[in-house]
Design a protein around this ligand. Structure first.
Ligand code: 4AD
Length: 432
């Protein structure tokens, strides 16, 4: 039998009307002849009030036996209720139990992280995890809206690749029939080809890095948004990035207030995220670190504590530009005035959330690109197609990659990226 169900998030449209919702029992408390059912249907939460004298004996008996996460059809009248969190309440008239759930493994008491991770398939039902996934979905919506409205085309790069983009240390190896193949670390090289065909493009897909270290910011499988733009220079690339991040943050603020409240996120930290963002060079960042008691030599890469120290001076994301050529990827264009540094930038989120974007202007000169292949010991055969992009109508072009999970961690105010993705893949964790 199909039913006309109403979603909890639409409650405001049905005030004083009788509706049926399909839902799960999140929690229940009783006070004499009244039972308060905390109901959830994925779209929201509502309190169902069961009054003994107002329902049949059967309903009273059935609700008495309900266990956490039992699945139900509940019929009742929606009432406006300013005291309740969602602003509405359901005066219950009928309850049909679909299934009485077995003893539920996740109770309101505290559980350890490993236990929760083993039960991730159930953990995502909790209000906090739901809120994070809703914010994640809104970020994705905002990303697509930003690029779609600005004439970018969505392009899907391959996941199985014959060569690396971001160095060989964390490549995920697999077999492709008799050949060696790798799960993609970044779609960038293919997006450069796509930009030469379509002008402005972006991709959104999973990327893989066999990171052997356990940190709060690294996943093995993470999702990246990678725009690539023909005829766009380093400076213009930064302008687009700050407008993009402003749009994403403001869109979450406009659409996910309730979720951010559930997460107890300090909204004042997000409200001020408006372009322009501060820009400092790598040299300036190094000087800052030295002045503040860090041992750091020009030519080293920043670690998480360095990024956090630098970010603490700002209440917006900060760009660090012009890193040493030596420590950056083979495809980055050297600064014409100072070839020992490249036209690149990392965007560091405020409050210690670390690098969320890496981007650069790309080498467009074929001779220099060949020289880089030699320096980085990349086989010319494997990258011939990439070199072709520099020999058939090469143009200045730039792009960047935004790590979705680190962005979710920052916007939601989470300590660890493991909560930012429905089923995290971490060192030593492939289950569930
Ligand atoms: O700085 P990365 O390595 O840049 C690239 O991959 C470029 N090819 C992107 C481009 O220009 N199209 O990575 C980009 C972002 C980082 O800033 C970070 O947010 C995220 O990807 N990231 C990770 N997120 C979670 N877990 C990991 N192991 C990550 N590695 C990178």
């Amino acid at each position: 039998m199909s039913r006309n169900l109403v979603m909890i998030r639409e409650a405001d449209r049905y005030v004083e009307q009788s509706v049926t919702i399909g839902c799960w029992l999140h929690n229940m408390r009783s006070s004499g002849k009244i039972r308060f059912l905390q109901l959830r249907d994925g779209s929201g939460y509502i309190q169902g009030v069961v009054v003994k004298n107002e329902v049949s004996e059967q309903v009273w008996e059935d609700t008495g036996k309900l266990t956490q996460e039992s699945s139900l059809y509940v019929t009742g009248i929606i009432r406006e209720d300013t005291r309740s969190k969602g602003g509405f309440e359901l005066s219950v008239m009928g309850v049909e139990v679909i299934q009485l759930a077995n003893d539920y493994p996740i109770t309101p008491k505290e559980h350890g992280v490993d236990y929760l991770m083993d039960h991730r398939h159930l953990w995502i039902r909790t209000p906090r995890q739901r809120a994070i996934l809703v914010v994640r979905a809104q970020i994705i919506r905002a990303v697509q809206q930003f690029f779609d409205e600005r004439g970018f085309q969505l392009v899907d790069p391959p996941i199985l690749t014959p060569s690396s983009c971001e160095g060989t240390t964390n490549l995920f190896h697999t077999k492709y029939f008799d050949e060696d193949a790798y799960l993609t670390q970044s779609g960038q090289l293919y997006m450069e080809a796509a930009a030469m065909a379509l002008g402005r493009v972006y991709s959104f897909g999973p990327t893989f890095r066999a990171e052997k270290s356990k940190t709060r910011r690294h996943l093995i499988e993470f999702w990246m948004i990678e725009p690539e733009m023909a005829f766009v220079t380093h400076e213009q690339n930064l302008d687009i990035q700050e407008q993009f991040i402003t749009h994403v943050v403001q869109s979450v603020l406009a659409n996910c207030r309730k979720e951010l409240e559930t997460l107890e996120r300090d909204l004042s930290k997000l409200e001020g995220i408006q372009a322009p963002f501060p820009r400092i060079t790598y040299d300036e960042a190094v000087q800052f670190l030295k002045n503040n008691g860090h041992e750091f030599e020009w030519g080293e890469d920043f670690g998480a504590p360095h990024e956090t120290a630098i970010a603490q001076s700002y209440d917006k994301p900060v760009f660090i530009t012009h890193y040493p050529t030596e420590i950056k990827a083979f495809y980055m264009k050297p600064d014409p005035d100072r070839p020992e540094v490249v036209l690149c930038a990392d965007m560091i989120a405020p409050e210690g959330y670390g690098e969320i974007i890496g981007g650069s202007q790309r080498i467009d000169d074929p001779d220099l690109m060949e020289e880089r292949f030699r320096q980085h010991e990349l086989s010319k055969e494997a990258y011939q197609w990439y070199l072709d992009l520099r020999t058939y109508g090469s143009v200045p072009h730039s792009g960047f990659g935004l790590g979705l999970e680190r962005t979710v961690a920052w916007i939601c105010g989470l300590d660890h990226v493991r909560e930012t993705i429905p089923f995290p893949r971490l060192l030593n964790r492939l289950y569930p």
